[in-house]
Design a protein around this ligand. Structure first.
Ligand code: CUA
Length: 155
């Protein structure tokens, strides 16, 4: 087979890039023990109401300007529904789903998480700007998906 010189160079370049990416990813995975950040904490989705901390959902002060929101998601609502936190607070959301896959997105922030039954999802955010933050479910979860929303009040 007769190959053009430029074709050969590009072929070698392409293969080298693939090998290099695999080496870097492999090094990160095995030498540094890197793995996807979530999905490791599991819970029996049938027993969410009896399993701590989800047996008592709510907003809890855990430190100075630091709050934990323990939340369950179910078709088609968020519990707790009313969240109010002081401006400047760091908020740790601990969430799980009681039925199907839901989403937890707060437009205008970096919060965008998938909440799956059987898993505990954690995400933290500092709210520096006062206001009403809309929370929406962005995973199609059934006939009432479009009404699944709540707000976080920061003041
Ligand atoms: Cu919950 Cu869509």
């Amino acid at each position: 087979m007769k190959m053009h010189r430029a074709e050969e160079i590009w072929l070698i370049f392409g293969v080298a890039i693939i090998v290099l990416s695999m080496a870097v990813t492999g090094y990160q995975a095995f030498a540094h023990g890197m793995a996807p950040p979530s999905g490791m904490e599991t819970i029996d989705p049938q027993k969410v109401d009896e399993t701590a901390p989800f047996d008592n959902p709510g907003v809890f002060e855990v430190g100075e300007n630091e709050y934990e929101v323990v939340m369950t998601l179910q078709a088609f609502s968020f519990t707790p529904n009313e969240i109010e936190i002081p401006v400047g607070s760091e908020v740790h959301f601990t969430m799980t789903s009681k039925d199907v896959v839901h989403g937890f997105q707060v437009p205008g922030t970096n919060i965008n998480a998938m909440v799956t039954p059987g898993h505990v999802q954690r995400i933290s955010q500092t709210f520096d700007e006062p206001g009403e933050y809309l929370v929406i479910c962005n995973e199609y979860c059934g006939a009432g998906h479009q009404v699944m929303a709540t707000t976080i009040t920061v003041k």
